[in-house]
Design a protein around this ligand. Structure first.
Ligand code: NAP
Length: 306
Protein backbone atom coordinates (compact mmCIF):
# COMPACT_ATOMS: atom_id res chain seq x y z
CA UNK A 1 0.00 0.00 0.00
CA UNK A 2 1.32 3.44 -0.97
CA UNK A 3 0.46 6.65 0.84
CA UNK A 4 1.42 10.16 -0.25
CA UNK A 5 1.51 13.22 1.96
CA UNK A 6 1.39 16.84 0.86
CA UNK A 7 0.77 20.04 2.79
CA UNK A 8 0.93 23.66 1.80
CA UNK A 9 1.50 24.65 5.46
CA UNK A 10 2.28 21.72 7.72
CA UNK A 11 5.66 20.30 8.52
CA UNK A 12 6.29 17.31 6.23
CA UNK A 13 9.53 16.50 8.04
CA UNK A 14 7.44 15.21 10.95
CA UNK A 15 4.22 14.14 9.25
CA UNK A 16 5.82 11.69 6.80
CA UNK A 17 7.77 9.72 9.45
CA UNK A 18 4.77 9.94 11.78
CA UNK A 19 2.45 8.40 9.19
CA UNK A 20 5.10 5.83 8.32
CA UNK A 21 5.41 4.76 11.96
CA UNK A 22 1.61 4.49 12.26
CA UNK A 23 1.35 2.50 9.01
CA UNK A 24 4.39 0.19 9.14
CA UNK A 25 3.17 -2.00 6.26
CA UNK A 26 2.71 0.96 3.92
CA UNK A 27 5.21 3.00 1.98
CA UNK A 28 4.66 6.64 2.90
CA UNK A 29 6.32 9.37 0.84
CA UNK A 30 6.13 13.10 0.35
CA UNK A 31 4.25 13.87 -2.87
CA UNK A 32 6.20 15.56 -5.61
CA UNK A 33 5.16 15.97 -9.25
CA UNK A 34 5.58 12.64 -10.99
CA UNK A 35 5.47 10.61 -7.75
CA UNK A 36 4.43 6.92 -8.14
CA UNK A 37 0.70 6.25 -7.93
CA UNK A 38 -0.57 5.90 -4.37
CA UNK A 39 -3.61 4.29 -2.77
CA UNK A 40 -4.25 7.06 -0.26
CA UNK A 41 -3.44 10.78 -0.20
CA UNK A 42 -3.12 12.71 3.06
CA UNK A 43 -3.26 16.39 2.18
CA UNK A 44 -3.72 19.99 3.22
CA UNK A 45 -4.44 22.48 0.42
CA UNK A 46 -2.93 20.34 -2.34
CA UNK A 47 -2.41 21.60 -5.89
CA UNK A 48 -4.78 20.37 -8.62
CA UNK A 49 -1.78 18.60 -10.18
CA UNK A 50 -1.64 16.11 -7.31
CA UNK A 51 -5.24 15.01 -7.85
CA UNK A 52 -4.82 14.97 -11.63
CA UNK A 53 -1.71 12.78 -11.49
CA UNK A 54 -2.83 10.40 -8.75
CA UNK A 55 -5.36 8.36 -10.67
CA UNK A 56 -5.42 5.28 -8.39
CA UNK A 57 -6.51 6.91 -5.12
CA UNK A 58 -8.98 5.05 -2.90
CA UNK A 59 -9.46 8.05 -0.59
CA UNK A 60 -8.21 11.56 0.05
CA UNK A 61 -7.69 12.47 3.72
CA UNK A 62 -7.82 16.16 4.65
CA UNK A 63 -5.60 17.03 7.62
CA UNK A 64 -8.09 19.56 8.94
CA UNK A 65 -11.82 19.82 9.67
CA UNK A 66 -12.58 22.42 6.97
CA UNK A 67 -12.48 21.07 3.43
CA UNK A 68 -13.20 24.33 1.59
CA UNK A 69 -9.74 24.44 -0.05
CA UNK A 70 -10.20 20.89 -1.39
CA UNK A 71 -13.74 21.61 -2.60
CA UNK A 72 -12.39 24.31 -4.92
CA UNK A 73 -10.45 21.64 -6.84
CA UNK A 74 -11.64 19.18 -9.46
CA UNK A 75 -11.99 16.06 -7.32
CA UNK A 76 -11.58 12.55 -8.73
CA UNK A 77 -15.03 11.04 -9.30
CA UNK A 78 -16.10 8.43 -6.78
CA UNK A 79 -13.08 8.86 -4.48
CA UNK A 80 -14.19 9.67 -0.92
CA UNK A 81 -12.81 12.78 0.75
CA UNK A 82 -12.42 12.23 4.48
CA UNK A 83 -12.12 15.15 6.89
CA UNK A 84 -10.38 15.14 10.23
CA UNK A 85 -12.90 14.47 12.97
CA UNK A 86 -12.44 16.01 16.38
CA UNK A 87 -8.78 14.88 16.89
CA UNK A 88 -8.36 17.28 19.82
CA UNK A 89 -9.78 20.32 18.01
CA UNK A 90 -13.19 20.65 19.63
CA UNK A 91 -11.83 21.17 23.16
CA UNK A 92 -9.47 23.86 21.84
CA UNK A 93 -12.39 25.55 20.10
CA UNK A 94 -14.51 25.34 23.26
CA UNK A 95 -11.78 26.96 25.36
CA UNK A 96 -11.17 29.72 22.78
CA UNK A 97 -14.87 30.58 22.46
CA UNK A 98 -15.66 30.37 26.19
CA UNK A 99 -12.59 32.49 26.99
CA UNK A 100 -13.68 35.14 24.48
CA UNK A 101 -17.31 35.21 25.63
CA UNK A 102 -16.35 35.45 29.29
CA UNK A 103 -13.68 38.09 28.65
CA UNK A 104 -16.29 40.23 26.89
CA UNK A 105 -19.18 39.52 29.26
CA UNK A 106 -17.13 40.13 32.42
CA UNK A 107 -15.39 43.19 30.85
CA UNK A 108 -11.94 41.85 31.71
CA UNK A 109 -10.31 44.04 29.03
CA UNK A 110 -11.77 47.12 30.71
CA UNK A 111 -10.54 45.98 34.13
CA UNK A 112 -7.08 45.33 32.72
CA UNK A 113 -6.94 48.86 31.29
CA UNK A 114 -8.23 50.37 34.54
CA UNK A 115 -5.76 48.47 36.73
CA UNK A 116 -2.96 49.33 34.29
CA UNK A 117 -3.83 52.97 34.88
CA UNK A 118 -3.80 52.49 38.65
CA UNK A 119 -7.61 52.79 38.77
CA UNK A 120 -9.53 50.61 41.28
CA UNK A 121 -13.17 50.68 40.21
CA UNK A 122 -16.09 48.33 39.68
CA UNK A 123 -18.44 47.85 36.75
CA UNK A 124 -22.08 46.93 37.22
CA UNK A 125 -22.49 43.13 37.04
CA UNK A 126 -24.16 42.04 33.81
CA UNK A 127 -26.96 39.52 33.56
CA UNK A 128 -26.37 36.39 31.47
CA UNK A 129 -29.96 36.55 30.27
CA UNK A 130 -29.00 39.72 28.36
CA UNK A 131 -26.17 37.91 26.57
CA UNK A 132 -27.70 35.00 24.67
CA UNK A 133 -25.07 33.22 22.58
CA UNK A 134 -25.90 32.12 19.04
CA UNK A 135 -23.76 29.43 17.46
CA UNK A 136 -23.83 29.13 13.68
CA UNK A 137 -23.11 25.49 12.90
CA UNK A 138 -23.71 22.61 15.31
CA UNK A 139 -21.34 20.07 13.83
CA UNK A 140 -18.32 18.41 15.42
CA UNK A 141 -16.97 21.72 16.72
CA UNK A 142 -20.18 23.73 17.13
CA UNK A 143 -21.88 21.09 19.25
CA UNK A 144 -18.89 20.88 21.64
CA UNK A 145 -18.77 24.67 21.87
CA UNK A 146 -22.53 24.90 22.49
CA UNK A 147 -22.28 22.39 25.36
CA UNK A 148 -19.34 24.25 26.89
CA UNK A 149 -21.05 27.67 26.67
CA UNK A 150 -24.26 26.24 28.17
CA UNK A 151 -22.18 25.05 31.16
CA UNK A 152 -21.65 28.72 32.02
CA UNK A 153 -25.44 29.25 32.11
CA UNK A 154 -25.64 31.53 29.07
CA UNK A 155 -28.80 31.08 27.01
CA UNK A 156 -27.59 29.22 23.88
CA UNK A 157 -29.13 29.23 20.40
CA UNK A 158 -27.81 27.03 17.62
CA UNK A 159 -28.34 27.18 13.86
CA UNK A 160 -27.83 24.27 11.50
CA UNK A 161 -29.19 22.82 8.30
CA UNK A 162 -31.00 19.98 10.08
CA UNK A 163 -32.81 20.24 13.46
CA UNK A 164 -30.83 19.27 16.58
CA UNK A 165 -31.82 18.16 20.07
CA UNK A 166 -29.03 19.24 22.41
CA UNK A 167 -29.52 19.88 26.12
CA UNK A 168 -29.58 23.60 26.88
CA UNK A 169 -29.55 24.64 23.19
CA UNK A 170 -32.49 26.20 21.31
CA UNK A 171 -32.29 24.74 17.82
CA UNK A 172 -33.00 26.93 14.75
CA UNK A 173 -32.97 25.35 11.33
CA UNK A 174 -32.25 26.53 7.81
CA UNK A 175 -32.61 29.84 6.02
CA UNK A 176 -36.24 30.23 7.18
CA UNK A 177 -35.20 30.41 10.86
CA UNK A 178 -31.97 32.39 10.47
CA UNK A 179 -33.65 35.74 11.15
CA UNK A 180 -35.28 34.47 14.36
CA UNK A 181 -31.97 32.91 15.45
CA UNK A 182 -30.06 36.19 14.96
CA UNK A 183 -32.76 38.27 16.67
CA UNK A 184 -32.56 35.93 19.67
CA UNK A 185 -28.74 36.19 19.94
CA UNK A 186 -26.34 38.88 21.12
CA UNK A 187 -23.00 37.09 20.97
CA UNK A 188 -22.60 35.34 17.63
CA UNK A 189 -20.10 32.51 17.11
CA UNK A 190 -19.45 31.37 13.55
CA UNK A 191 -18.58 27.68 13.24
CA UNK A 192 -19.96 26.99 9.78
CA UNK A 193 -18.09 25.32 6.96
CA UNK A 194 -17.29 27.64 4.06
CA UNK A 195 -19.56 26.66 1.17
CA UNK A 196 -21.35 28.60 -1.58
CA UNK A 197 -24.36 28.78 0.80
CA UNK A 198 -22.40 30.26 3.71
CA UNK A 199 -19.89 32.55 1.97
CA UNK A 200 -20.59 36.23 2.82
CA UNK A 201 -23.42 35.08 5.12
CA UNK A 202 -22.43 37.61 7.78
CA UNK A 203 -23.19 40.80 5.87
CA UNK A 204 -24.77 44.07 7.03
CA UNK A 205 -28.31 42.73 6.73
CA UNK A 206 -27.64 39.65 8.86
CA UNK A 207 -25.29 41.20 11.43
CA UNK A 208 -27.72 44.07 12.02
CA UNK A 209 -30.38 41.52 13.05
CA UNK A 210 -28.33 40.67 16.16
CA UNK A 211 -29.45 42.31 19.37
CA UNK A 212 -27.97 45.81 19.88
CA UNK A 213 -24.51 45.64 21.43
CA UNK A 214 -23.82 42.41 19.55
CA UNK A 215 -20.45 40.71 19.56
CA UNK A 216 -19.04 38.55 16.76
CA UNK A 217 -16.61 35.67 17.24
CA UNK A 218 -15.47 34.23 13.91
CA UNK A 219 -13.50 31.02 14.23
CA UNK A 220 -14.62 29.38 10.97
CA UNK A 221 -13.38 31.05 7.77
CA UNK A 222 -12.75 34.70 6.90
CA UNK A 223 -15.01 34.64 3.86
CA UNK A 224 -18.11 34.11 6.03
CA UNK A 225 -17.86 37.79 7.00
CA UNK A 226 -18.14 40.84 4.77
CA UNK A 227 -15.28 42.87 6.27
CA UNK A 228 -16.60 46.33 5.34
CA UNK A 229 -20.05 45.54 6.75
CA UNK A 230 -18.56 44.37 10.05
CA UNK A 231 -16.48 47.54 10.32
CA UNK A 232 -19.51 49.75 9.55
CA UNK A 233 -21.62 48.03 12.24
CA UNK A 234 -18.83 48.36 14.81
CA UNK A 235 -18.45 52.04 13.95
CA UNK A 236 -22.21 52.65 14.14
CA UNK A 237 -22.24 51.07 17.61
CA UNK A 238 -24.70 48.29 16.72
CA UNK A 239 -21.91 45.82 17.39
CA UNK A 240 -19.87 46.22 20.57
CA UNK A 241 -16.87 44.27 19.32
CA UNK A 242 -15.48 41.28 17.51
CA UNK A 243 -12.85 38.62 18.00
CA UNK A 244 -11.55 37.24 14.73
CA UNK A 245 -9.32 34.21 14.27
CA UNK A 246 -9.75 33.79 10.51
CA UNK A 247 -9.52 36.17 7.56
CA UNK A 248 -10.22 36.34 3.84
CA UNK A 249 -6.50 36.62 3.19
CA UNK A 250 -4.07 34.97 5.63
CA UNK A 251 -1.79 36.20 7.01
CA UNK A 252 -3.98 39.30 7.44
CA UNK A 253 -2.41 41.87 5.06
CA UNK A 254 -0.49 44.76 6.58
CA UNK A 255 -2.63 47.89 6.65
CA UNK A 256 -5.96 45.99 6.82
CA UNK A 257 -8.34 48.05 9.02
CA UNK A 258 -8.87 45.07 11.38
CA UNK A 259 -5.28 45.41 12.68
CA UNK A 260 -5.80 48.77 14.34
CA UNK A 261 -9.50 48.69 15.19
CA UNK A 262 -9.94 49.37 18.91
CA UNK A 263 -12.87 46.96 19.28
CA UNK A 264 -11.50 44.04 17.29
CA UNK A 265 -9.29 41.38 18.88
CA UNK A 266 -7.23 39.23 16.56
CA UNK A 267 -5.53 35.85 16.69
CA UNK A 268 -3.60 34.22 13.80
CA UNK A 269 -5.91 31.28 12.85
CA UNK A 270 -5.02 29.40 15.96
CA UNK A 271 -8.33 28.73 17.73
CA UNK A 272 -8.18 24.97 17.04
CA UNK A 273 -4.89 23.64 15.73
CA UNK A 274 -4.42 20.31 14.01
CA UNK A 275 -2.62 18.18 16.60
CA UNK A 276 -0.15 16.03 14.74
CA UNK A 277 -0.06 12.83 16.78
CA UNK A 278 -3.87 12.66 17.30
CA UNK A 279 -4.45 13.40 13.63
CA UNK A 280 -1.94 10.84 12.37
CA UNK A 281 -3.44 8.18 14.66
CA UNK A 282 -6.93 8.98 13.40
CA UNK A 283 -6.00 8.96 9.70
CA UNK A 284 -3.91 5.78 10.05
CA UNK A 285 -6.83 4.11 11.85
CA UNK A 286 -9.20 5.07 9.05
CA UNK A 287 -6.79 3.84 6.34
CA UNK A 288 -6.52 0.52 8.17
CA UNK A 289 -10.33 0.34 8.44
CA UNK A 290 -10.74 1.07 4.71
CA UNK A 291 -8.20 -1.65 3.92
CA UNK A 292 -10.43 -4.05 5.86
CA UNK A 293 -13.39 -2.86 3.81
CA UNK A 294 -15.02 -1.02 6.71
CA UNK A 295 -16.86 2.30 6.54
CA UNK A 296 -15.19 5.30 8.20
CA UNK A 297 -16.59 8.46 9.82
CA UNK A 298 -15.98 11.92 8.42
CA UNK A 299 -16.67 11.26 4.74
CA UNK A 300 -17.48 14.64 3.18
CA UNK A 301 -20.70 15.20 1.25
CA UNK A 302 -19.14 16.78 -1.82
CA UNK A 303 -22.53 17.99 -3.06
CA UNK A 304 -23.12 20.01 0.13
CA UNK A 305 -19.40 20.90 0.32
CA UNK A 306 -18.80 19.84 3.94
N1 NAP B 1 -10.13 28.50 13.12
C1 NAP B 1 -9.70 27.26 13.21
O1 NAP B 1 -8.62 27.02 13.76
C2 NAP B 1 -10.56 26.13 12.69
C3 NAP B 1 -10.20 24.82 13.01
C4 NAP B 1 -11.02 23.79 12.57
C5 NAP B 1 -12.15 24.07 11.81
N2 NAP B 1 -12.46 25.37 11.52
C6 NAP B 1 -13.68 25.66 10.74
O2 NAP B 1 -14.81 25.22 11.47
C7 NAP B 1 -15.75 24.71 10.53
C8 NAP B 1 -16.76 23.82 11.22
O3 NAP B 1 -16.14 22.60 11.61
P1 NAP B 1 -17.00 21.33 12.06
O4 NAP B 1 -16.06 20.21 12.19
O5 NAP B 1 -17.86 21.66 13.23
O6 NAP B 1 -17.93 21.15 10.77
P2 NAP B 1 -19.14 20.12 10.55
O7 NAP B 1 -19.03 19.00 11.53
O8 NAP B 1 -19.16 19.81 9.11
O9 NAP B 1 -20.45 20.96 10.96
C9 NAP B 1 -20.94 21.99 10.17
C10 NAP B 1 -22.23 22.53 10.79
O10 NAP B 1 -22.68 23.63 9.98
C11 NAP B 1 -24.04 23.40 9.58
N3 NAP B 1 -24.27 23.96 8.25
C12 NAP B 1 -23.54 23.76 7.13
N4 NAP B 1 -24.07 24.44 6.10
C13 NAP B 1 -25.17 25.06 6.58
C14 NAP B 1 -26.16 25.89 6.00
N5 NAP B 1 -26.12 26.24 4.71
N6 NAP B 1 -27.16 26.33 6.79
C15 NAP B 1 -27.21 25.98 8.10
N7 NAP B 1 -26.30 25.20 8.71
C16 NAP B 1 -25.30 24.75 7.95
C17 NAP B 1 -24.19 21.89 9.58
O11 NAP B 1 -25.56 21.55 9.69
P3 NAP B 1 -26.02 20.01 9.76
O12 NAP B 1 -25.56 19.52 11.11
O13 NAP B 1 -27.50 20.08 9.70
O14 NAP B 1 -25.36 19.31 8.64
C18 NAP B 1 -23.36 21.49 10.80
O15 NAP B 1 -24.11 21.63 11.97
C19 NAP B 1 -14.86 24.00 9.50
O16 NAP B 1 -15.53 23.82 8.28
C20 NAP B 1 -13.69 24.95 9.39
O17 NAP B 1 -13.92 25.88 8.36
C21 NAP B 1 -11.69 26.40 11.94
Amino acid sequence: MNVIYYSADQDHATWVPGLQAALPHAQVRLWEPGAPLADYAVVWKPPQQLLDEQTDLRAVFNTGAGVDALMKLQLPAGVPVVRLDDAGMSVQMAEYVCHTIIRHFREFDGYETDMGNGKWSFRKPRSRIDYPVGILGLGVLGERVARAVAQFDFPVNGWSRSPKTLPGVNSFTGEAELGAFLAASRILVCLLPLTPDTEDLLNAERLSQLRPGGYLINVARGAHVVDADLLALLDSGHLAGATLDVFRVEPLPKGHPFWAHPRISLTPHTSARTLRSESIAQIAGKIAAMQRGEAVAGVVNTTLGY
